[in-house]
Write a protein that binds this ligand. Structure first.
Ligand SMILES: C[S@@+](CC[C@H](N)C(=O)[O-])C[C@H]1O[C@@H](n2cnc3c(N)ncnc32)[C@H](O)[C@@H]1O
Length: 206
């Protein structure tokens, strides 16, 4: 077992094509529905945390968003997404960083995280994640997070995860974030297995 998280994720990306990864979605339907619900204008800064090779960025670009940042621990995953996007990749900011150690230099009106936070099983790393979120989010900014739900998997890609209800995730974010809506969604993996996800949308109160 490799201890360094970056190397573990690198290995996962080296051994599978994006469409074979268990979390793969050709269309990030729920994420895009939440984005539309925020009614954010197209020039709003959006951050996709742990975006990896996700097609979320493709759909944001297609929806007309012009200020998109994708951050991930694994540079090769970002390069893979850039290659897929071709010329459109230069309209996106790409950041290869560990979200728990990142120091944001600007603020975002939407923080999106699908299937990243639930891998933070160490409470100290979760606390750092929330600190970074607070530092990166604009006043009254939106947070859309998707984690494994209460009946979701207990492991993913050989890694431990922590499962959440909307109430538990709200407690992690703290009282300055108002839960606007949550939804339980069954994700079907490329191998045909069902995984329960919890999607939530919060808005910062200041
Ligand atoms: C399960 S994948 C989800 C990818 C993408 N969000 C999606 O829904 O398709 C988790 C992603 O989080 C990234 N990741 C894991 N820990 C991270 C960290 N501490 N900081 C930034 N990215 C991280 C991994 O490299 C991987 O791309």
């Amino acid at each position: 077992m490799i201890d360094d998280p970056r190397r573990r994720w690198q290995l996962i990306y080296q051994t599978k094509v994006p469409s074979d990864l268990s979390w793969y979605q050709p269309i990030p339907q729920q994420s895009m529905e939440f984005v539309r619900s925020t009614c954010l204008p197209p020039d709003s800064p959006i951050l996709d945390v742990g975006g990896g090779t996700s097609t979320f960025v493709d759909h944001l670009l297609a929806a007309g968003f012009t200020d998109i940042t994708v951050l991930d621990l694994v540079p090769a995953a970002l390069v893979e997404a850039e290659v897929r996007l071709g010329a459109a990749a230069c309209r996106v900011h790409w950041i290869a960083e560990d979200i728990t150690a990142w120091r944001p230099v600007r603020r975002y009106r939407l923080w999106h995280d699908r299937a990243v936070f639930h891998f933070l099983v160490d409470p100290a790393l979760r606390a750092r994640y929330v600190d970074v979120l607070r530092a990166a989010l604009a006043a009254h900014g939106h947070v859309v997070m998707a984690t494994f739900g209460p009946n979701g998997p207990t492991h993913c890609s050989g890694l431990d995860v922590k499962r959440y209800s909307a109430h538990e995730l709200s407690a992690v974010l703290g009282p300055s974030f108002l839960l606007v809506r949550s939804q339980i969604v069954e994700h079907i993996t490329p191998a045909g297995r069902t995984q329960e996800f919890l999607y939530g949308w919060w808005q910062a109160q200041a």
